[in-house]
Structure formats: structure tokens, C-alpha cells
Design a protein around this ligand. Structure first.
Ligand code: ATP
Ligand code: LTN
Length: 325
């Protein structure tokens, strides 16, 4: 298995429930490669100091929320140059029309109208390289990434069709409940770490802020606790968050909290969120206080990842007829 997260800002509760927590289980059952996608983050302009800090921070969040770098392979994308090299090669196996259809590109170019750069456009070819270098069978991601994994499959199949069996064609694994944690202020949108509003809970928010944001979460006036994502989207989102944090189902949670008031639901979500997030924050602070140790961990991860990645890249270049390989 393999997955990555962009080092583009402070992670949110959406990242925790949709990615970080599910990752913990995978490291015990699979050979799991996980990385910080720092090259992907620069497709949106980054301040150097913040960018550096965010990359370390993401490594620390991975570990604080349960990844063990001695068990999985944890590394920074830019520490393994094979990613950009294969990314360049795969650009030539990706069609403009395919890239134009990508929702993330359409969304991000709307958000950053003054900087619609070529990196933002060819982002999925680099993502395909990230994946295909390691031959994973499964790529755990949130719902929003499904389209990129589909494109990766198409690129792999196309390449294999031309040069013979080279890449494993992977499939996306989407968590069942928290695939798409919604914005607390607008449950039609996903909770996003690059949206600096009270609708997003950041993992660094203090207890008071988390409580305030959840209390202010938009619900409805039906005053009836049932799990109905179509008609009571805000409440359904709270029930999903609660269910994921406490290992139950949103239907079960709705039954347990059935009644005419939403106050107790919010209270339960706040308790569950704090119980999970506060200990993770404490571990995060300890890890961030020792960057030399983080450097150590990442250097080991990159060395391990490079072994596999360089082997795949060599095979690709040999098949294509490059010299020097
Ligand atoms: P950005 O706001 O910069 O687009 P993001 O918050 O969407 O970032 P990503 O770096 O794109 O975060 O995603 C990291 C991982 O977390 C991906 O697997 C993604 O699908 C998952 N993820 C992100 N947001 C959510 C969410 N609201 N619910 C569930 N999973 C999420
Ligand atoms: N595009 C992804 C981050 C990402 C990724 C990957 C995820 C980059 N490379 C490879 C899975 C596999 C995102 O925005 N969440």
C-alpha cells in the first residue's frame, strides 16, 4: 500500500479521520509506503519558512497519530529524486484532455486565478509516478482523490500496453465512513485544510477552539436526531465524525442519541474529538521540538524508499531505450 499527503498547511480533522487514522491499521497488515508530498505543495505559492515547517509538521503528525517509522516506510517525496524523474517521463503518457478533466485542477485554478501554473496542471502525472514507483496494489485516499487514482490506472495500463508489463495497476481504497468529512459551516463542501474558516477544525486548534467550532456547526431546524445525509447534511456530518472517532456507525450513533435536541450530539462529538486530538497534539509537540531526530527518521525512510523506487525507474528507462542504464 502507498499514500501521501500534501505538505501544504496544517492538517485538519478531515485529514485525521480520512487519512491519518486509517493509515495506522494499514502499517500492520501491509508493506506501507507513506510520504509528505512536498513537490505537490509548491504548485501553490509557498513561503519558504512555512513550507519547511509544514513538511516537518506533517511528518510529526503522521507519527503522533500512530505511524511507526520502524514499521512503515515514511519519507519526504523530494528526498527520493526518482519521483520527479518518473513524473517527467509519465507527462508524456498523459493526455492534455485527461488533465483538463481533473476536478482538483479545476478547483485549484479557480482558487488561485493569478497562478494557474503548469505544475498545477501536470500534478496528476507526478502523483502517478509517486504511486507506480512502489508497485502498490492499493492506495488509501479520501473520496476527492479517486479521480487521480483512476488516471494513474489509465497511465499504468497505457505504459504497460506499449512496453510490456512494467507497473502494477493499483486501486483506490476509500474509508467507508469518513471518506468526506464536511465543512462545519457548509456541509455541501469538504472540510479542507486550505480553507481558513471556522468550518475547519485544525489539528493544532486548542481545546477551546475545537469546542467553539463544533458548537457553531450548522445543523437544521428539524430537531430530530436521525442519520439522513440527504436532508440533514450538517447533523449527518457530526454523526459521521462521532462514529469514526468512537468506532461505531453513524446509524448506531443516531439511535443512541435519538431525541429532539442536537445539543447532546454536539457535546458527544466535542468529547470524542478532544479525547482523540489532545494526546496526539502532545506527541506532536514533543516530535517538533527535536528536528534533528525527525531528520534522522526521514533520512532512513528515504534510503528505504529509494531502493524500491530506483529499481522501478531503472526498469522503466531500460524498457524505453534510454542510454546509461
Ligand atoms: P487542500 O485543502 O490543500 O486541498 P486537503 O485538506 O484536501 O488539502 P490533502 O492533502 O489534499 O488535504 O489530502 C490528504 C488526505 O486527506 C487525502 O487522502 C484526502 O483525501 C484526505 N482528506 C482531505 N480532506 C478530507 C476530508 N474532508 N474528509 C476525508 N478525507 C480527507
Ligand atoms: N494529491 C494528493 C496527495 C498525493 C498522493 C500521492 C496521494 C500526492 N501523491 C500519491 C496518494 C498517492 C492529495 O492532494 N491528497
Amino acid at each position: 500500500m502507498l499514500s501521501g499527503i500534501q505538505a501544504s498547511g496544517q492538517p485538519s480533522l478531515g485529514n485525521l479521520l480520512g487519512a491519518l487514522i486509517p493509515f495506522n491499521q494499514y502499517q500492520n497488515t501491509h508493506n506501507f509506503y507513506v510520504f509528505m508530498a512536498d513537490h505537490h505543495a509548491i504548485t501553490v505559492r509557498q513561503d519558504p519558512k512555512t513550507f519547511r515547517e509544514n513538511t516537518y509538521a506533517l511528518a510529526a503528525w503522521y507519527i503522533a497519530s500512530g505511524l511507526n517509522p520502524d514499521v512503515c516506510t515514511l519519507f519526504a517525496q523530494s528526498h527520493v529524486p526518482a519521483h520527479t524523474e518518473l513524473g517527467w517521463i509519465l507527462n508524456s503518457f498523459t493526455q492534455m484532455g485527461e488533465l483538463e478533466r481533473m476536478t482538483q485542477f479545476k478547483d485549484k485554478s479557480q482558487q488561485h486565478k493569478q497562478n494557474i501554473n503548469a505544475g498545477l496542471f501536470t500534478y496528476p502525472a507526478l502523483q502517478a509516478a509517486d504511486i507506480l514507483l512502489y508497485h502498490p496494489h492499493e492506495v488509501p485516499v479520501g473520496e476527492d482523490q479517486r479521480q487521480h487514482i483512476e488516471l494513474t490506472r489509465d497511465i499504468a495500463t497505457r505504459f504497460n500496453g506499449i512496453y510490456g508489463d512494467t507497473f502494477t495497476v493499483p486501486k483506490a481504497v476509500i474509508p467507508k465512513v469518513a471518506a468526506r468529512v464536511k465543512d462545519l459551516q457548509d456541509p455541501t463542501k469538504k472540510m479542507s485544510k486550505s480553507n481558513d474558516s471556522i468550518g475547519t477544525i485544525f489539528l493544532l486548534d486548542n481545546a477551546k477552539t475545537i469546542e467553539k467550532k463544533l458548537k457553531k456547526a450548522v445543523t437544521d431546524t428539524k430537531e430530530n436526531v436521525i442519520y439522513d445525509p440527504q436532508n440533514q447534511a450538517g447533523l449527518a456530518n457530526l454523526l459521521e465524525i462521532y462514529a469514526t472517532l468512537t468506532n461505531t456507525t453513524p446509524q448506531q450513533a443516531a439511535e443512541d442519541m435519538a431525541g429532539p435536541q442536537y445539543g447532546p450530539v454536539k457535546k458527544a462529538v466535542i468529547d470524542a474529538a478532544l479525547t482523540t486530538i489532545i494526546p496526539i497534539q502532545e506527541k506532536y509537540q514533543t516530535l517538533m521540538a527535536d528536528k534533528a531526530e525527525l531528520d534522522n527518521i526521514l533520512a532512513k525512510g528515504a534510503a528505504k524508499a529509494s531502493l524500491k523506487a530506483n529499481q522501478t525507474l531503472l526498469n522503466v528507462k531500460q524498457k524505453m531505450g534510454y542510454t546509461g542504464v
